[in-house]
Write a protein that binds this ligand. Structure first.
Ligand code: FES
Length: 147
């Protein structure tokens, strides 16, 4: 059985980072990993944006299988030689108080913390622009005689 390893990726994009202080989430996750003694099982990283800005701060926890896959391929999808993704989740609206729970449950036991996952919000398609008015027939003036 290959060793279970995880990558924790915190968004630092403009919404998650600048407006919602994802740096404090990253710091709390770093502390929680150290306190749980799980530093060998995971690594923390940053991502510029997950495209779920309105639901941030967003944190992706992804399982990567380090062995026997060659180093550098573990992050690829399985069809390209990467490892299986047994427990991957994108957590939404994460705050520092969620860090210990994510680390203990997801990293410690491989169990996704479902209550921290929101459904994808898809905006309805924008209404099409109004159509230009149909050209009207030229006015026929009966007082003008055409030669
Ligand atoms: S800024 Fe975090 S998902 Fe876009």
């Amino acid at each position: 059985m290959p060793e279970r390893r995880y990558r924790i990726v915190v968004c630092r994009g403009p919404d998650c980072g600048d407006r919602r202080d994802s740096a404090s989430v990253h710091a709390a996750l770093t502390r929680a990993v150290a306190e749980a003694g799980l530093g060998a099982a995971c690594e923390l990283d940053w991502q510029s944006c997950f495209g779920r800005c309105s639901q941030g701060p967003n944190v992706l926890v992804r399982e990567v299988v380090a062995a026997p896959i060659r180093r550098g391929l573990a992050d690829l999808p399985p069809r390209l030689g990467g490892g299986p993704r047994a427990a991957t989740a994108l957590y939404n609206r994460v705050s520092p108080v969620h860090a210990a729970e994510i680390v203990a449950s997801h990293i410690g036991r491989g169990a996704v913390v479902r209550h921290l996952i929101e459904p994808l919000v898809v905006a309805p398609p924008a209404a099409p622009p109004p159509r230009p008015a149909e050209p009207t027939a030229p006015e026929v003036r009966e007082d003008v005689k055409v030669p």
